[in-house]
Design a protein around this ligand. Structure first.
Ligand code: SF4
Length: 125
C-alpha cells in the first residue's frame, strides 16, 4: 500500500465515522509537517479524491478533509438545442418590430402558433 493509499484510507474511515478529519489531526497521525501535508492534500484534491472545507477547530480556522468518492461515474449531459433553434422568432426578420398589440404580434403570429402546436402534447386526464 502506497503512502497516498494509507492517507486515503485514514480519511475515508474518518469520513464514514465522523464526517471527515481535521487536517492538523491527520498530520499528527501521519507524523508529517503542515508543509508536507498541504502538498499531499493538494495532490489528492487535484485527483478528485478529497474535498476540503474551512472549519473552526479549537478556536482556530483550519480545514476538514473528506473522502470524495472517485468511483462516481463522470457526468455526461446531452442537450438538444433543436427545439430552441426551430423557434421561428430566432430567424424572423420582424423580431425588432414584433410586440404584443403591434402589427407583428406574437399572440396572433401564425408561424409561432404553428411551432407551438407542433410541440404541444395532448393532455390525458
Ligand atoms: S412572433 Fe412571429 S412575427 Fe413575432 S418575431 Fe416571432 S415569428 Fe416573428
Amino acid at each position: 500500500m502506497s503512502f497516498e493509499d494509507e492517507v486515503l484510507k485514514i480519511i475515508k474511515e474518518s469520513t464514514k465515522k465522523s464526517g471527515g478529519i481535521v487536517q492538523s489531526e491527520l498530520w499528527k497521525i501521519l507524523g508529517i509537517d503542515s508543509r508536507e501535508g498541504s502538498k499531499l492534500v493538494a495532490r489528492l484534491m487535484r485527483k478528485g479524491l478529497l474535498t476540503r472545507e474551512t472549519v473552526m477547530y479549537k478556536g482556530k480556522k483550519t480545514y476538514i478533509l473528506r473522502y470524495a468518492d472517485s468511483t462516481k461515474i463522470p457526468l455526461s449531459i446531452s442537450v438538444s438545442l433543436n427545439p430552441v433553434v426551430e423557434i421561428p422568432c430566432f430567424t424572423c426578420r420582424q423580431i425588432s418590430r414584433c410586440s404584443i398589440g403591434g402589427y407583428y404580434d406574437p399572440t396572433r403570429c401564425t408561424l409561432l402558433t404553428k411551432y407551438l402546436i407542433s410541440y404541444s402534447k395532448p393532455v390525458i386526464r
